[in-house]
Ligand binder design. Structure first.
Ligand code: ADP
Ligand code: MG
Length: 376
């Protein structure tokens, strides 16, 4: 039997989880779900290398929900991820999955939110905590959270946490949680430092390597738009009009650039909001929330939202600036074409950026078409 024939029924899930999957319209498990869910439900540790947009969140969340002991009031599942937005999103996804399970309390612990508010949330005894590493350890040190009894530790987007300098925090969390806990490590790449963690702490873990596969691979039409820097904003407008794109993300490389481009697009009459690392967390949350609810059309942002963020119905991603890191090209364009939908990605390449774009194409083995600017 090929893997593709595994259904959610085969995975032996509880009626509650089956019910919420049904309500969400989720029919068949993705490859990473087919492979990881049975192993995690067998209480094995798992190392999974899987491309973006392939359903990793459900892959680790479903097994946690399946073993959760609602009578116990301590943290049983702990999920670490690199960014605040991602933590909030994962928490929301788990709440959605747990909709029909009585008494589940999921809490997101992120930097930039008031300690008092978080302490208050923790007093309500969540069984599942989704956190960014720095803030979690802050709260551990203040004895506001006890993670010494967890069953499962999930490291989501492990390679990104590492790049953000969280490696020591992660090792510390591993050290202060039970030695026999289950670890689920998800990463798009497996650099040295991740291998180190695996050797040190995950002896005997099952390994899953999900190759980018046509059916899991997001359906994104990629284009390179060769255009002078000064004409990029105008080109975004014409492409949106021509291709009838309404909801889109425009990626910029710096905060200043994000502010400038957002402002210019607004002046052209588009409904935009921006996000970058220097914007207060309250505002960041509000903007993400408004974007999910379609309260505006264009989100102009830095790479703070390049990874993992899942918003419905984003029709296109524009790279106003070419990303500085090759891999971020894939993360950025992966914000569109989520959950089996299709999407478009336009990378604006000025003369200066051509060499960088060639490098990205080589590194990511993607094959964008040249967009005919005569058409604009
Ligand atoms: P990843 O973490 O691998 O980047 P996500 O877990 O964020 O991917 O999932 C991407 C999108 O796919 C989400 O909108 C999620 O709800 C949806 N999704 C997850 N599993 C399935 C499935 N089995 N069938 C259809 N859609 C799914
Ligand atoms: Mg993810």
């Amino acid at each position: 039997m090929s893997n593709n024939e595994i259904t959610f029924e085969d995975l032996d899930l509880s009626p509650e989880v089956m019910n919420s999957l049904k309500k969400m319209g989720v029919k068949r498990p993705t490859t990473v779900q087919q492979k990881a869910i049975p192993l995690l439900m067998d209480n094995l540790s798992v190392i999974a290398k899987a491309p973006t947009g392939t359903g990793k969140t459900f892959a680790f969340s479903i097994p946690i929900l399946e073993y959760l002991n609602m009578k116990e009031k301590f943290v049983q599942g702990l999920i670490l991820c690199p960014t605040r937005e991602l933590a909030l999103q994962i928490a929301a996804e788990i709440r959605g999955l747990a909709k029909f399970i009585k008494g589940v309390n999921v809490c997101a612990i992120i930097g930039g939110q008031s300690m008092n508010v978080q302490a208050e949330k923790l007093r309500k005894k969540p069984q599942i905590v989704v956190a960014t590493p720095g803030r979690l350890l802050d709260l551990v040190e203040r004895k506001l959270i006890d993670i010494s009894n967890i069953y499962t530790l999930v490291l989501d987007e492990a390679d990104e946490m590492l790049k953000m300098g969280f490696i020591r925090d992660i090792k510390r969390v591993i050290a202060i949680t039970p030695g026999d806990k289950q670890i689920a490590l998800f990463s798009a790449t497996m650099p040295r430092e991740i291998q180190d963690i695996i050797w040190q702490f995950m002896d005997g873990a099952a390994e899953i390597d999900v190759m980018p596969k046509a059916e899991d691979h997001p359906d994104i039409a990629e284009y390179v738009v060769e255009i002078p820097e000064k004409d990029k904003v105008k080109a975004i407008l014409s492409i949106m009009e021509k291709e009838q794109i309404k909801k889109a993300i425009v990626f910029c490389n710096t905060k200043m650039q994000t502010e400038k481009i957002c402002c210019q697009l607004e002046l052209k009459g588009l409904s935009c909001q921006m996000l970058h690392g220097s914007i207060g967390q309250g505002t960041r949350n509000r903007v993400m929330d408004m974007y999910r609810k379609n309260k505006f059309d264009i989100l102009v942002a830095t790479d703070v939202i390049a990874r993992g963020i899942d918003v419905d119905d984003i029709e296109a991603v524009f790279n106003h600036d070419i990303p500085n890191e090759n891999e971020f090209y894939l993360h950025r364009i992966g914000r569109t074409a989520r959950a089996g939908k299709s999407g478009k990605a336009y990378s604006f390449v000025s003369y200066k950026e051509r060499e960088r774009m060639d490098e990205i194409i080589r590194y990511t083995a993607c094959n964008p078409d040249i967009y005919d600017v005569e058409n604009l």
